[in-house]
Design a protein around this ligand. Structure first.
Ligand code: ADP
Ligand code: MG
Length: 253
């Protein structure tokens, strides 16, 4: 069974059709890239899938459940993790405390007073930090982390509710190319080990084609190509869209 089914999805912002008639599926274990030039409608799709935006038309099913009317919290509780384009950590807390907070929200129990929160889920937080290669920075304050480390912490936080579907809207934004590869390689390994389906978007085409099992290309709100990385890379319409978009997409060789 597909863990994500998107059918005829559309969104208009006061008359402007940002996404139109988008359909695709995502299987367990699969790593799918949703790419396209700026303004193509990628974030709008992510925001509809994770419940932040209500679609104007169409249907979304996650793990077989129609998500119409569900809040982002409902969808998160289904087992959907997401990383944000903007760093969403509490900068005054330590790395480990941030992961503990995420674990506390996952395990339903009365919300503990903050001063007790430090006792909860220490071992599990350390395990997650180990998974993303941050164990040795557990006690550092988030405010002093290097940017790439903050991104890995965000990944650990997204993993705290043990998701089976992970949504990543430009997880590597602002990183150097080598770091982008490392972050997506790490994500791919974790996803394979934990059997997580991943939908991600990323500007660096080398990173996309290096890590995606399948690629969907959006342009002006519609899917113009879909398939294995090599086939999409060779697609003439895709090449036209990217070459037309200028040097940012020069990596599409
Ligand atoms: P992408 O993530 O691919 O860059 P977006 O989904 O952010 O694209 O945006 C798609 C289109 O919708 C763009 O033309 C953008 O200007 C427009 N758009 C996005 N959000 C809003 C909004 N809240 N109100 C009006 N237009 C929006
Ligand atoms: Mg976007």
């Amino acid at each position: 069974m597909s863990i994500l089914v998107v059918e005829d999805l559309g969104k208009s912002y006061s008359g402007f059709q940002a996404v139109r008639s988008v359909s695709f599926t995502l299987e367990a274990d699969e790593m799918v890239a949703l790419i396209g030039p700026n303004g193509a409608g990628k974030s709008t799709c992510f925001n509809m899938i994770d419940g932040q935006l209500a679609p104007t038309t169409g249907r979304i099913a996650i793990f077989g459940r129609n998500t119409a009317g569900m809040t982002p919290g409902d969808i998160w509780r289904l087992g959907v993790g997401r990383t944000f384009q903007v760093a969403a950590t509490f900068s005054s807390m330590t790395v480990e405390e941030n992961v503990q907070m995420a674990l506390i929200s996952h395990h339903p129990r009365p919300w503990p007073a903050l001063r007790w929160a430090a006792r909860y889920h220490v071992a599990e937080a350390e395990r997650l930090l180990d998974v993303v290669g941050m164990a040795n920075q557990a006690q550092r304050s988030c405010g002093e982390l290097a940017y790439g480390d903050l991104k890995r912490l965000e990944l650990a936080i997204a993993l705290a509710n043990d998701p089976k579907l992970l949504l990543m809207d430009e997880p590597a934004a602002g990183m150097a190319p080598r770091e982008r590869h490392a972050l997506m390689g790490l994500t791919a390994n974790i996803a394979r080990e934990r059997r997580i389906g991943v939908l991600f978007t990323e500007h660096d085409m080398d990173v996309v084609f290096g890590h995606a099992d399948r690629v969907l290309v959006l342009n002006r709100g519609t899917v113009i190509a879909e398939g294995a990385p090599a086939a999409v890379r060779a697609n003439s319409e895709v090449r036209e869209v990217y070459l037309g978009a200028g040097s940012l997409y020069g990596a599409l060789r």
